[in-house]
Unconditional design. Sequence first.
Length: 305
Amino acid sequence: MIETHLWIPKQKKRKQFFLRKRKQCFGELIQIDGSHHDWFEGRAASCTLIVFIDDATSALTGLYFTPQETLDAYFETLQMHLKTYGRPKAIYSDRFSVFESRKERNSLTQFKFALKKLDILHLTAKTPQAKGRVERANQTLQDRLIKEMRLRNISTIEQANQFCKHYMKIHNEKFSKAPTSSFDTHRPLETDLSRILCRYEERTLSKELSISFHNKYYQICETKNCNLPRKAKIEVRNQRNGQLKFFFEDQELSYVPYDQLPYEKQIYTEKGLITKKTHSIKSTHPWKEKSHKEYVKKQQLKKVI
């Protein structure tokens, strides 16, 4: 039908992508991405490499190998960048679930919340071509970094992460470019990263000054310089090493898990420390008298049999 001109196929319109100019200053925009690949060429299982690259200079600012592309891996790479260079102006990423919630578009993810606390602008790309700087860097790393690790017989993630610090210097000397402006937009880091680069949740304080978190109860200890009101909102910071930290109005609270409390429960209330004695009802009590007599009869029958 096409040859006899009975049907003319419609030509698909190709989407055009225009080149975007580089940013002028170092630290003005950091592109980030995760590249899942067979980095060890069969010597170990496939893993993911988290890549941070500056848009103005094409310099690698962070490399981190991890088994999977997770929030903790991005937090670890971001911590490396912040301690080395400071806080950048903006971060550019794709719409992976770590960066953007699939259910609620306008909701803050854990990564977005951390960037908001650090005063870093977060931008998301709709296509891979929009963040082509980091995509092309992934292709270069999948060629050169793999060969470098092969020559050094690196076959574990721990060894690869140690080698990444040395490789970034070699890569940046060869491929990085001088920025248009000599001004560095990185700002100094003046906050505690252990409180920010972690999972954040909020809990309501009970009347007994206790908190329920992930099916476990924690007793807040008495604090001298902090007056805890009823139903206060407590910040629960779940660190990457599994440690929990509780905060109320920028003040850290000490706590004790209920499993480690003594037999006589010590409860901290607004009036102070109260020791609650545990007691049991005697078998001669009217509430238990009938059931206790039945239990005695059953025991006597068992002895006769």
